[in-house]
Design a protein around this ligand. Structure first.
Ligand code: ATP
Ligand code: MG
Ligand code: MG
Length: 559
């Protein structure tokens, strides 16, 4: 195995271990908010969070950051779990931030009683207008110095069904002049009346991310809280709230004192797609795609449905690495990883996507032969299957040219080609309709040219795939292009909807696939020989097989 240099996160973790921090214990968490499906960006965080725990004999927990009931539900909770499992990772425990609502509430009450927090009755616009700029101090709220008793009473009122959403918030009394804007009396609690998917209507006041995340890490015993770069400016506040929590608990602060450490890496951005959950939501609810698992989506379930293997996603994440700088990764790199992995994994089958009839004129009508087809030349253990050969075949229309240039090594009158796993045939002509469209091609086969026979060894340039007309199934094939027309939709001024590629889905309904392939199910990795990688779609039935094109055999984007 090749030696990879340590990522900066691994270096930090190894330093902590060597210094004996937390007695060498390593505990991480993956903290999704259950307000959407996981996407390839989350996979990067998952590989990091679970990867560090695995590598350093630690544990990684799955924690749902469910502090905003207005956007969260159980469907997301369940699908997030199945996506992580599909990627091949195992959590030690499942936790919910909502399990800490009482503890967080008690902490907030303690802060109010200490004069460290107050209820602000201004509108969010007024609060925003007083924030100031990084170089100019903010203005204190007129409620900043209200009596502790008043804040306490109002905080309890915030948590009742009668409280009006947006009428009050609880703010930490920190520093309105701090150059770090997150210290300018950050909001700790707001009122939300949407019932919570786990706690129902028990709560009406809900903690903000900054007042929940670090504390949740602390309650659970997380040692390394790894997140993305946009949280760098939140880190001092993350540490500050933990200081307060320790103060409340009467704990000291020395090296062996437990304290989670926030570490940030660059988030994954990929060309020709968007990763923001708000935008992905819009694509789904506005019907721009066919659900979260639409194969064009950057979601894990979309990629799974399209035919990507979990191993290829993990290899891709591994290859791009973790840095301290945001970048835009080329989706072609992901596709290359998929191609490389599926080459080792996929079963080779025959399918004709743009069919034209080929008649072997000297082959007896009604006769059939079972030809042996190797399942995977990269792995002998995958064995073989048979494909039926007969007089009437389908081949690709593009594999025939009536007046071909010299370098055309496919089918053209007077020349020989090999039919994959079968005979060498020589084209003798073709038939056209009144408009000049080719309706049938004729060829003669050489009966001693099957693999292993004496006539098989002569040099024939070009091997074509085919299926037998009476021994195949009609199938629908869905071919996907980029979801967006521009490399970086998020960087454009235009609304992202305007940047959608109108031709991102092409449905080919008149394909023929060999019977063996027609029985394949979602989850079976296939290569349609000479075309690309494919997988049966969840819409596929026995009567109406449907296949997704996962990726072509070669990168054809670089035109
Ligand atoms: P959005 O900003 O679109 O709402 P999010 O970051 O809030 O997404 P979460 O469910 O909170 O989504 O994310 C869970 C974890 O996954 C967080 O630790 C977050 O940093 C990480 N994550 C989210 N998007 C990416 C990404 N594009 N690249 C790497 N990590 C990501
Ligand atoms: Mg979010
Ligand atoms: Mg988030």
């Amino acid at each position: 195995e090749e030696k990879k240099s340590l990522s900066f996160v691994e270096q930090l973790v190894e330093k902590d271990i060597s210094e004996g921090k937390n007695a060498g214990k390593i505990q991480t968490r993956f903290p999704p908010e259950p307000n959407g499906y996981l996407h390839i960006g989350h996979a990067k965080a998952i590989c990091m969070d679970f990867g560090i725990a695995e590598k350093y004999n630690g544990t990684c927990n799955l924690r749902f950051d469910d502090t905003n009931p207005s956007k969260e539900n159980n469907e997301y909770v369940e699908n997030i779990q199945s996506d992580i499992e599909w990627l091949g990772f195992h959590w030690a425990n499942i936790y919910y931030a909502s399990d800490y609502f009482q503890k967080l509430w008690d902490f907030a009450v303690w802060m109010i009683k200490k004069g460290m927090a107050y209820v602000d009755e201004q509108t969010s616009e007024q609060i925003a207008a007083q924030k100031g700029t990084p170089t100019e101090a903010g203005k204190p709220s007129p409620f900043r110095d209200r009596p502790i008793e008043e804040s306490l009473e109002l905080f309890y009122k915030m948590n009742t069904a009668e409280a009006v959403e947006g009428s009050m918030v609880l703010r930490a009394k920190l520093d309105m002049a701090n150059p770090n804007m997150h210290f300018r009396d950050p909001i700790m609690y707001r009122i939300i009346h949407t019932p919570h998917h786990r706690t129902g209507t028990t709560w009406h006041a809900y903690p903000m991310y900054d007042f929940a995340h670090g504390q949740s890490d602390y309650f659970e015993g997380v040692t390394h809280s790894i997140c993305t770069l946009e949280f760098v400016p939140h880190r001092p506040l993350y540490d500050k709230f933990i200081d307060f929590l320790k103060e409340m608990n009467g704990e000291g602060d020395n090296l062996n004192d437990f304290r989670p450490r926030q570490i940030e890496f660059n988030r994954l951005n990929m060309t020709y797609t968007v990763m923001s959950k708000r935008k992905l939501h819009a694509l789904v609810t506005e019907g721009k795609v066919n659900g979260w698992d639409d194969p064009r989506m950057p979601t894990i379930c979309g990629m799974r449905r399209r035919g990507y293997s979990p191993q290829s996603i993990r290899k891709f994440i591994d290859s791009i690495g973790y840095t301290k700088f945001d970048a835009l990764n080329d989706v072609a790199l992901l596709e290359a990883a998929v191609r490389e992995d599926l080459n080792m994994r996929s079963t080779r089958v025959s399918a004709v996507l743009n069919p034209v009839k080929l008649v072997i004129t000297n082959y007896p009508e009604g006769q059939t032969e079972e030809m042996v087809s190797v399942n995977n030349p990269e792995n002998e253990a995958d064995g073989t299957h048979t494909i039926t050969f007969s007089k009437n075949l389908w081949i690709e229309r593009d594999d025939f040219m009536e007046d071909a240039p010299k370098k055309f090594f496919r089918m053209t009158p007077g020349k020989e080609v090999r039919l994959k796993n079968a005979y060498i045939v020589k084209c003798t002509g073709c038939t056209k309709d009144a408009d000049g469209n080719i309706t049938e091609i004729q060829a003669e086969y050489d009966p001693i040219s099957k693999s292993g026979m004496e006539g098989a060894n002569r040099k024939v340039k070009g091997t074509l795939h085919w299926v037998s007309a009476d021994h195949c199934k009609k199938a629908e094939v869905r071919v996907y292009d980029r979801l967006f027309n521009v490399e970086n939709p998020s960087a454009e001024a235009a609304d992202f909807r305007e940047l959608l590629n109108p031709d991102s889905l092409q449905v080919i309904s008149n394909c023929y696939i060999e019977e063996y392939a027609a029985q394949k199910q979602p989850g079976d990795y296939l290569q349609f020989q000479r075309i690309g990688y494919f997988m049966a779609d969840k819409d596929s039935t026995n009567e109406h097989p449907v296949f997704n094109k996962t990726v072509g055999l070669k990168d054809t984007w670089a035109k």
